[in-house]
Design a protein. Sequence first.
Length: 256
Amino acid sequence: MRDYLSEIEQASARDPEQRARELSRRELPKRFYKKAEAAEIAGGYAIHLDGRPVKTPSKSTLTLPSAVLAEAVAAEWEAQEKEINPGAMPLTRIANSAQDAVSQKFAEVADEITRFLGNDAVCYRADEPETLVERQTRIWDPVLDWAGQELGARFVLVEGIIHKEQPDALLKAFRTRLSDLTALQLAAFHTATTLMGSAVLAFAVLGEHLTADEAWSAAFIEEDWNIERWGEDAEAAKLRSYKRSEFNAAVLVLKS
């Protein structure tokens, strides 16, 4: 079981859609414990399975910084039934990734997110139809204005797909903000950014400028615009629901 979880956790930074497909193809390990619970230890909180601590893929004791997060992770383990499905345990994966990987490569992850901000989806606007353009302007512009004020520089907007550089001062200010996060928060921020396609929206959630629902809705403006006109594909809806559960886990970390 541990080898299987390790393999999945090491892929935690990959696209959630790809991860979902991988998990669906794998034979899941059987649940081997009766009870999962949070337990206070030196330096934080562990997750105990019948009294034995959950280990990360690198074999260290998984440690959470607060009782709230530990209880939430323990609830993921307790919710497993006959089989253990890592695809239904986003908090566990984020925590493992933070402890084993992000803590060791903090600067690299922060740099990657900063590069994402330099090509952020909310800066790239449709030039038609008018209703979509209006919706993007109405919802995205206030967020960019707020983020620009927070970072001391204005974002450059782009019509179409031709890349334009964002101001160096803005990127440097954003990178400095990321340096203030813990490894766990940074792992969650990376997850939120990847799921929404926007570091700006993740930053707005972190800064409490947007609620989780507002940010999630803002991330799917074009998709929702298309759904209103052509209807929703069942598989796409299922995938989006899966992504939302991942996003909710990331937000819980950022808010804790």
